[in-house]
Design a protein around this ligand. Sequence first.
Ligand code: GDP
Ligand code: IMO
Ligand code: MG
Length: 429
Amino acid sequence: MPGTSVIGLQWGDEAKGKIVDLLTQRHDVVVRYQGGANAGHTVVVGEEVYKLSLLPSGVLTPGVTCVIAGGVVLNPAKAIEELGELASRNVEDSDNLKISDRVHVIFPWHFAEDRVMDKNTSDGENIGTTGRGIGPCYRDKVGRSYAVRLGDMYRDTFREQVQHNVEVKNGILAAMYPPGEFAPLDAQAIYEEYRAYAEKLKPYVADTTEYLLTAAEAGKRILFEGAQGALLDVDHGTYPFVTSSNSSGVGISNGSGVPARYINHTIGIVKAYTSRVGGGPFPTEQDNQLGQQIRDKGNEYGTVTRRPRRCGWLDAVAVRYTTRLSGVDSICLMLMDVLSGFDELKICTAYELDGEQSTRFPSHVDDLRRVQPIYETLPGWSEDLTGATSKSDLPANALAYVDRVSELIGVPVEMVSVGPARSQTISLK
Ligand code: GDP
Ligand code: IMO
Ligand code: MG
């Protein structure tokens, strides 16, 4: 059973793209199965930097089939843009792509809803979404009445579907926006725009569930690329400050249609510290000079929105929880080079809540807001790690940090990353 999954174990941007790209060489198929263009996965190949939002990070390796499975919400314009960009940069194999006819399609009304809804969480704090229409599209998927799947766009009924949806959505949106701020959507224009997208994407459309099941049964090596991070999982994350899909390991089967028994190795991706974009509690956040130092060194600005990412110490309580939740076998500890130059490093090992210490990750966001992190302090190192190529190149204090993380989280660290390039990766196996 050669299936592998890669799951981010924090709030996203753990450098999943880099590891998926590296592991692709050992796989036949790479699958994105949830989320959409809210993701921004960076892959560095030599001097070239690729930012992928919808296409699987395996797309840069020739001979590999890339799949966008049914659990994804698809912005067709973005998919076409990414394919065009890869073609213009001579990435030959982007043709080797299959997009599920079951993916739900993001329409202009979803963007309009995302913009206005984000201002309305019950406790007044914004979710701070990426504005890519993700939540509204998933809501329509579950609601069914106004949903459009990619396969619907090739049917005679598509024009009527758009017409009907626009009528209803114009009414809803006019009521949601402050008076005079919403310009009604034009059904005919949207229909024509989306028909053109459908034609461009036609060569890629497939029943990917059938394709993946057949591939799995034939023993093909499938790599599942998670988007976002497990703490943003709609059911098990820091709700409501989450994304609208199952971004922890539990989402793989429902998004791809492939049963869990075909996945024999789950790799958790963990940043050596923590970052978060958007709203919501973040117990180890350093909203101070130290956080700014991490942001500057780690270039912590959003891949999709360029928003400054909030930064803080590694939270082993949170990561131990998401490791267990996703059934992680081993982790890759990323961006270790960013921690060079600190006299001391802190890791959160427990939370204190109402006078009691615990390593349980709270299920309610109000409790997570109130926890006090309990830190363990480790000695730092001054050496630059970006040139390290083997375990013996790592300073003793860096190795001690890696060992302590592994101990606290409960699984081995299989790789340490010391820079964005493929070569800046150290295997500890
Ligand atoms: P993803 O969404 O999980 O794929 O992560 P992003 O691409 O949004 O963010 C990770 C950023 O860190 C990217 O700019 C990567 O090129 C970069 N990166 C990856 N690994 C390392 C590393 O070990 N060290 C440093 N300094 N940067 C890294
Ligand atoms: P990758 O795959 C980091 C965050 C948003 C916001 C919340 C909900 O690159 O790790 P959404 O637009 O999904 O409704 O926003 O989730 N978010 C991410 N944060 N990395 C991502 O993806 C993210 N995708 C969504 O900032 O807080
Ligand atoms: Mg990202």
